[in-house]
Structures are given as structure tokens and as C-alpha cells.
Design a binder for this molecule. Structure first.
Ligand SMILES: Nc1nc2c(c(=O)[nH]1)N[C@H]1C(S)=C(S)[C@@H](COP(=O)(O)O)O[C@H]1N2
Ligand SMILES: [Mo]
Length: 324
């Protein structure tokens, strides 16, 4: 019980109300470290045996045979602890430190994904069937939230196009829509009307087919932690984070532009395209700069989040102020 008590104690201390978020994160890190050191002493095991290879409290299962992707950035990866304890996941909570705890018991198996709309064959696929469609790749991407913070994450997955090719949308399909699970019992945040549930996002078909668009099921070499969107999510690195829907249960092909949840909640603030663009401010704040989690000062935000070479041709001739 000594181990349990130590770990429990670190969780019980809720300093989020009284300290700024960055300090809070560091404090959490320190406390977690203290708890692990204490656990090592209590069990008579060495520190290293407790902390590694995958004994970090939140760690999932390793994914085998991951290939490194040439599409990765060489920028410094954000620590796992930060990426898994600072989450936007309104199905669980609007507080960024809470999904880590509230999503812990979320059931990600069995998990089916419905494929419907304008496709040759409507079907329901098991998530493990989807995971076997193509070899897993590690893609280290910049990830920029519309709120002005950013992270660098080694996601694991393969191009969304691999799945789309296999399910054969008809020639009428111009867009693809993603829906998150609707489950009020498991997702306490869905009992509040902060957004319209289920969470819906969408892409134009050519955006979805761009090799950068990732069908994601892992990070840091392991299965996705629940708070980061297990068992299956989308990652669209040139767009603001809210386009990257978590815990997907439905992929629907359509000839009409999907109406995304954030657009319903605040149409003047969140458009359909939501490409990262330092020149187009959010109505309530500038988008020119961002703070990388863990950094003290801000850095300039890059057009299309730094992926302009790969994606700017998708928007040639479009007014990006109007199509924000
Ligand atoms: N279903 C669902 N997907 C979601 C969200 C959400 O609240 N619900 N938040 C979005 C936002 S605003 C961001 S910034 C990213 C955060 O992903 P991360 O927690 O893995 O960093 O998830 C996006 N996907
Ligand atoms: Mo976000």
C-alpha cells in the first residue's frame, strides 16, 4: 500500500486552481517523479526498473514494426508527460488536466467504425482490421491548437488515404466526415451542452487524400492513451487541432460540406477549413504567435503550420480570409 499511497497522494493534490498552468505542469512532473522514486524505494526495485521500459503510469502497449517517416519534423519532441496531461477533449472535460484521469477507464475494445455515405459498400469495420491495412509509421508532426499553444508529437499511424482507397468512395464523394463516439455514460462531458454531440469534423476529399493526413492509433511508439483519442483518430497537421477528431466511430463520404461541431457552436470563430494561418486572426485573439508547451517565450506561427510546401496547392485561388 505504500506505493499506492504515494501515487494517490500525487493525484490528490489539486494545485490547478491556484497556480498558472505551466507551473502546475512542472509541479505535476515533479510530484510524479517523487512518487515513482518513492515506489522504487518501497518495492526494493531500482528506479530504472520502475520507470522503464513501459512502466510509466499512463503507458500503453508497444506497437511493433514502426517505420520512421520522411515526413517527420526534426524539431524537439514535446515530453510524453506534457502531451498526455494537457488535452482538449470536451467529451471528458473542458479542463485540460482532467481527460488524463477521466478517460482512464474508457473502453477502446471492441471498437467498430462505420463506413457509410457515398461509398461502393457501406460496412462496419473492426478497428483492429483497420490497423492492419498498412504498416505503421512514426510521423513527428507539429500540432497547433487554435488557442495558441503547440506541441511536437511522434504520432503512429498511416496515411488516411490508405483507408479511403480501400473503402472506395464513389465519384460523387467530395467530402469526408468523421464522428466521435456518443456515449454519455462513458463520456461525462457529453452531459453538458458545451458542444453539439457527437463531435463532428470533416475534410474536403483532396485534403483527406493528401499524404500528410494521418489515420492515427499511437504515439511515442505505443497505442494512443485514451485522453489523446484512442483507439483511432485523425491528425491533420496543417490545420488547427480541433480538426483532428478523436475516438472515431464513423467515417461518412458526402457531396456536401460537413458541418463541424465547432462551426455550429461559434460560426464566426471556427470555419470549415481552419488552416493554420498567422495572417488571419481569431476574432478574439491574434494567431501570429504560439507557445510550445514547456517554452517560456512564444515563437512565430508558420503558414499552414510549416507544411505549406506540401499543402498550399490545395488552396490555390481561394481567399483564405473568407475561407477561414
Ligand atoms: N472528439 C474530440 N476530438 C477532439 C477534441 C475534442 O474535444 N473532442 N479537441 C480537439 C482539439 S481543440 C485539439 S487541440 C486536439 C488536441 O489533441 P491532443 O489532446 O491529443 O493534443 O484534439 C482535437 N480533437
Ligand atoms: Mo485545439
Amino acid at each position: 500500500t505504500g506505493v499506492l499511497m504515494l501515487i494517490k497522494k500525487a493525484e490528490d493534490i489539486r494545485s490547478s486552481e491556484i497556480t498558472p498552468k505551466s507551473l502546475y505542469l512542472n509541479r505535476r512532473k515533479f510530484l510524479a517523479g517523487a512518487a515513482i522514486a518513492g515506489a522504487a524505494a518501497a518495492t526494493g526495485l531500482g528506479l530504472r526498473e520502475i520507470v522503464s521500459p513501459s512502466a510509466t503510469v499512463l503507458a500503453g502497449n508497444k506497437i511493433d514494426g514502426i517505420k520512421k517517416s520522411p515526413l517527420s519534423t526534426t524539431e524537439t519532441v514535446t515530453p510524453y508527460k506534457d502531451v498526455t496531461n494537457y488535452n482538449n477533449y470536451y467529451e471528458f472535460s473542458t479542463e485540460k488536466d482532467e481527460p488524463a484521469k477521466l478517460a482512464q477507464k474508457f473502453r477502446t475494445r471492441p471498437w467498430k467504425v462505420k463506413i457509410d455515405g457515398l461509398v461502393d459498400k457501406k460496412q462496419e469495420l473492426d478497428v483492429d482490421t483497420i490497423l492492419k491495412m498498412a504498416p505503421p509509421e512514426e510521423r513527428i508532426y507539429r500540432h497547433r491548437c487554435v488557442e495558441g499553444w503547440s506541441i511536437v508529437v511522434p504520432w503512429v499511424g498511416f496515411s488516411l488515404s490508405e483507408l479511403i482507397k480501400r473503402v472506395n468512395p464513389t465519384s460523387k464523394a467530395k467530402f469526408v466526415e468523421f464522428s466521435t463516439l456518443l456515449d454519455l455514460a462513458q463520456m461525462p462531458g457529453q452531459q453538458r451542452n458545451v458542444l453539439q454531440w457527437p463531435y463532428v469534423e470533416g475534410l474536403r476529399m483532396d485534403e483527406a487524400m493528401n499524404p500528410l493526413a494521418l489515420l492515427c492509433f499511437g504515439m511515442y511508439g505505443e497505442e494512443l492513451p485514451n485522453q489523446d483519442g484512442a483507439p483511432l483518430r485523425i491528425i491533420v497537421p496543417w490545420k488547427y487541432g480541433f480538426k483532428s477528431a478523436k475516438a472515431i466511430v464513423r467515417i461518412r463520404f458526402t457531396d456536401k460540406q460537413p458541418i463541424n461541431s465547432w462551426n455550429i457552436s461559434a460560426p464566426m470563430e471556427y470555419g470549415f477549413y481552419s488552416n493554420v494561418n498567422p495572417n488571419v486572426d481569431h476574432p478574439r485573439w491574434s494567431q501570429a504567435k504560439e507557445r510550445r508547451l514547456g517554452d517560456f517565450s512564444k515563437r512565430p506561427t508558420l503558414m499552414f503550420n510549416g507544411y505549406a510546401d506540401q499543402v498550399s496547392s490545395l488552396y490555390s485561388g481561394m481567399d483564405l480570409k473568407k475561407n477561414f
